[in-house]
Design a protein around this ligand. Structure first.
Ligand code: SF4
Length: 635
C-alpha cells in the first residue's frame, strides 16, 4: 500500500496544477493529528462532496471531536476532490487520502460516509473507487476497511444496500463508540468479517443490509423483509441520545473560503410542528433542548478556539425553543459590539420573530427569511402549515419597517392536490409582500423567492403520495417566472429533473442500487451540482437495468403496501402517519404537538431511555404508559 510520505510527495507535484489547492492540504487550525502507531483504531470520515461543502457539516464535526477524545481511536477527514483534482490524482496514482495524516483511506479500519442527502450516492461510489476499496460490500475481504454510513438519507438505506457494510440509523453520538468498541473486540478475536457484521447488527440503531433478504410481489412492490440470522434486530429502530451532550467547540478553521465559515450550535433537536412534507421533522423526533447556559458557554469557547465571526444557532424551528427570548437577550447582551453575525434560522411567521431578530442583529445586512411553503389556506391545511396571508403581510411590513431591505420567501410547489390556482396564489402573495416593501422603503425593497419542489419522502405522512411529473413542475415554474418579473424580485427554483432523481433515490428499493451503479458507470457524478448533473446517465441506467423509473415516483400507494423502508423504525408509527395522511386528504390540520400529544409512537418507543435521562429538556409530555419494550431491545 502506498505510504503517506509518498502521497505527500506526489501531492506536492500536482497541487500547483489544480484549482483551490487549499482543499486538499489539511493543516487547518484545530485539526487533530495523532500518532497512528499508538492508536488502536483508525476511522476516516468521508463527506462525498468537495471540501467547501463538507466542512460545514455539523454531524461530522460532532463525531470528529467525540472520537478524537478517545485515547484508543482517531478520526480523520476526507472530502471528494473536484473534477480537476480527481483527474490529477488518478494520473499520479494517488488514492483518496485523509487530510490529517495523508494515509490512504484503504489503510483505515473504518471508513464512515456522511450522507445528509441522496444526490451524494454516486460520489460514494467514486470515493470508494478512488480509494481502491471494493465498491460492492460483498467483494470486501477481512483486510478491507469496514464501510459505514449515516445521516438523514440513510433512513431509507435500501438504494445503497449493495455498497455499504453497515448503516447507522439515527443519532450517532453513542452508537459510533459502540461500533468502534465492537470493531476492536472483533479484531482481537481474529474472526471472519461476517462475524464482525453480525456483531454490529446487534447494536441498536445499526442496520447491516447483507443480513436481510427482501422478496417482491409480481407487481414489484415489497412482499417481505426477512432477517437471515436470528441474532440481528428486526425492525431496526433508530438510535437517539437521551440528552444532548455539550456541543463541539473546537471547529476546524478552513484555510480557504467555504460555504459556511462559522460556529454552528444546535440549540435543540427535533420538531413538533408536524409539517407533513418534512422528513427531518418526522425522523428527528422527539424534541430535546439544550440549556441557555450550555449554549452560551459553547459560543464563548468556540469564539476563543476559532476566531470565527459568525454564529449559527441551529434548529428546525427556532421560535419554538422554550427559552428563546432569554437566549436571544443573553446573546445580544454578551456579544454586542463584537461585530458578530448571528443567524437564527427557521423562525415562525409573526412579529415575535421580528422582535427576536431585532434584538440580536447589530446591522440589517442579509435578508430576513420566512418559509410559508404554500399560499392558500386550503394548501396550507393539506401540508399542515397553517399561517394566514394577513399574518405574513403584517410580518413583512414589520421587517421592512425595521430596516431590512430584503425578504427571502421559501415556497414549495407540487404539493398533493395542488392546482395551478394554488401556484398562481404564490405569485400573488409574493407581489403583495413586495408591495409592502415598496410602501415602506420604496425602490430599496427587494424580494428573493425560492421555489423548491415537493418530494413525498419516506417516514412522512405523504409517503403514500405520487410526485408531479416533470412537465407539471415545468408548467408551474413557468407560471411563476412569468408572473414574478421585476428587477427587484429574484426567483430561484430547482431543476425538475434533479427533483425527480431525488425522488427516485429517496423512495427506492434494493433494485435501485443496480441503477445507482449503472448511472455511475454511465458517468453520473456530483449529482447535487447543477452544472455536473447528468440526467441522461440516469435515464440510460434505468433502461440498462430494465427498470421503470415511474414505479418509484408517479403512483399512489395503498394503505397496506409494504414500503422498502418499513423495517427501519423511526419510532413514529406507520398507523399514525396514515391517520395524518387521511386528515390531510380531508384538509384538516393537527396543532403543534407541544400543545397536545397525538400519540405518534415516540413516547412508548423511547420511554426507557427517557426514564434513564430525566429532565426538562424533553418536550414531549410525561410518559404515562409502560414502555413498549426496552428502548432498543430487538423484537
Ligand atoms: S409523542 Fe406526542 S408530543 Fe411527542 S412528538 Fe409524538 S405526538 Fe408530538
Amino acid at each position: 500500500m502506498i505510504s503517506s510520505a509518498e502521497i505527500q510527495a506526489r501531492l506536492e507535484r500536482i497541487l500547483p496544477t489544480v484549482q483551490k489547492p487549499g482543499r486538499y492540504t489539511g493543516g487547518e487550525l484545530n485539526q487533530v493529528v495523532k500518532d497512528w502507531a499508538s492508536v488502536e483504531t483508525h476511522l476516516a470520515f468521508v463527506f462525498p462532496d468537495i471540501y467547501d461543502i463538507g466542512m460545514s457539516n455539523l454531524g461530522l464535526a460532532i463525531l470528529y471531536e467525540l472520537i478524537n477524545q478517545r485515547s484508543d481511536a482517531l478520526a480523520e477527514r476526507a472530502y471528494f476532490p473536484w473534477i480537476d483534482m480527481e483527474a490529477a490524482m488518478r494520473k499520479a496514482d494517488i488514492p483518496l487520502y485523509s487530510l490529517e495524516s495523508k494515509f490512504p483511506l484503504k489503510a483505515f479500519n473504518i471508513v464512515a460516509f456522511t450522507l445528509p442527502y441522496e444526490t451524494l450516492y454516486t460520489n460514494v461510489l467514486s470515493a470508494l473507487d478512488l480509494a481502491n476499496i471494493p465498491i460492492f460490500n460483498q467483494d470486501r475481504g477481512d483486510t478491507d476497511p469496514l464501510v459505514i454510513a449515516g445521516g438523514h438519507a440513510t433512513f431509507n438505506p435500501e438504494p445503497m444496500h449493495a455498497f455499504i457494510d453497515a448503516f447507522v440509523i439515527g443519532e450517532g453520538e453513542e452508537v459510533i463508540h459502540e461500533i468502534i468498541d465492537t470493531y476492536q473486540i472483533w479484531k482481537q478475536s481474529l474472526a471472519l468479517r461476517l462475524d464482525l457484521l453480525i456483531r454490529l447488527s446487534t447494536i441498536p440503531g445499526v442496520y447491516v443490509p447483507s443480513l436481510y433478504t427482501v422478496t417482491y410481489h409480481q407487481d414489484r412492490t415489497v412482499n417481505e423483509v426477512t432477517k437471515l440470522d436470528q441474532r440481528v434486530s428486526f425492525p431496526v429502530r433508530k438510535r437517539i441520545i437521551g440528552c444532548l451532550p455539550p456541543p463541539p467547540t473546537r471547529f476546524i478553521v478552513p484555510n480557504i473560503e467555504t460555504v459556511h465559515n462559522r460556529i454552528a450550535i444546535e440549540i435543540m433537536r427535533g420538531c413538533t410542528r408536524g409539517c407533513r412534507f418534512c422528513h427531518a421533522g418526522m425522523v428527528s423526533r422527539p424534541v430535546r433542548e439544550r440549556s441557555v447556559e450550555q449554549i452560551i458557554q459553547a459560543i464563548d469557547e468556540s469564539l476563543k478556539n476559532t476566531g470565527f465571526e459568525e454564529i449559527g444557532l441551529l434548529s428546525l424551528s427556532s421560535s419554538d425553543y422554550t427559552n428563546i427570548t432569554e437566549l436571544v437577550k443573553t446573546v445580544a447582551d454578551k456579544f454586542s459590539g463584537k461585530h458578530l453575525g448571528i443567524s437564527l434560522p427557521s423562525l415562525r411567521i409573526d412579529s415575535f420573530s421580528v422582535d427576536l431578530m431585532d434584538l440580536m442583529m447589530e446591522s440589517r445586512h442579509g435578508g430576513f427569511t420566512l418559509a410559508p411553503e404554500a399560499a392558500t389556506e386550503h394548501m396550507r391545511n393539506i401540508i399542515n402549515k397553517p399561517v394566514s396571508n394577513d399574518q405574513l403581510l403584517e410580518t413583512a411590513h414589520q421587517i421592512y419597517s425595521r430596516g431590512w431591505t430584503t425578504i427571502k420567501l421559501y415556497f414549495m410547489i407540487g404539493h398533493p392536490k395542488e392546482t395551478l390556482d394554488d401556484v398562481r396564489a404564490i405569485a400573488e402573495l409574493c407581489k403583495a409582500v413586495f408591495t409592502q416593501g415598496r410602501q415602506v422603503i420604496g425602490n430599496r425593497a427587494k424580494l428573493n423567492v425560492g421555489i423548491s419542489t415537493f418530494i413525498p419522502k419516506p417516514h412522512t405522512p405523504f409517503q403514500w403520495e405520487a410526485c408531479d411529473r416533470v412537465e407539471q413542475i415545468q408548467a408551474k415554474q413557468e407560471l411563476l417566472k412569468h408572473e414574478l418579473r421585476h428587477k427587484n424580485i429574484k426567483l430561484s427554483w430547482t431543476d425538475p429533473k434533479v427533483t425527480l432523481l431525488e425522488a427516485w433515490l429517496s423512495r427506492g428499493d434494493r433494485h435501485l442500487s443496480e441503477v445507482v451503479f449503472q448511472a455511475w458507470k454511465n458517468g453520473a457524478r456530483f449529482d447535487a451540482w447543477q452544472d455536473q448533473f447528468n440526467f441522461d446517465a440516469w435515464s440510460q441506467a434505468f433502461n440498462d437495468c430494465q427498470i421503470d423509473s415511474s414505479f418509484y415516483t408517479h403512483r399512489n400507494r395503498t394503505m397496506d403496501e409494504v414500503f422498502p423502508w418499513d423495517h427501519i423504525d423511526t419510532g413514529v408509527r406507520k398507523k399514525y402517519l396514515w391517520q395524518d395522511y387521511q386528515l390531510s386528504q380531508a384538509s384538516l390540520t393537527r396543532s403543534d404537538c407541544r400543545q397536545q400529544c397525538f400519540a405518534c409512537g415516540i413516547l412508548p418507543t423511547f420511554a426507557e431511555i427517557r426514564r434513564e435521562n430525566p429532565g426538562d429538556h424533553w418536550m414531549c409530555p410525561e410518559v404515562k404508559s409502560p414502555p413498549r419494550s426496552s428502548a432498543y431491545k430487538t423484537r
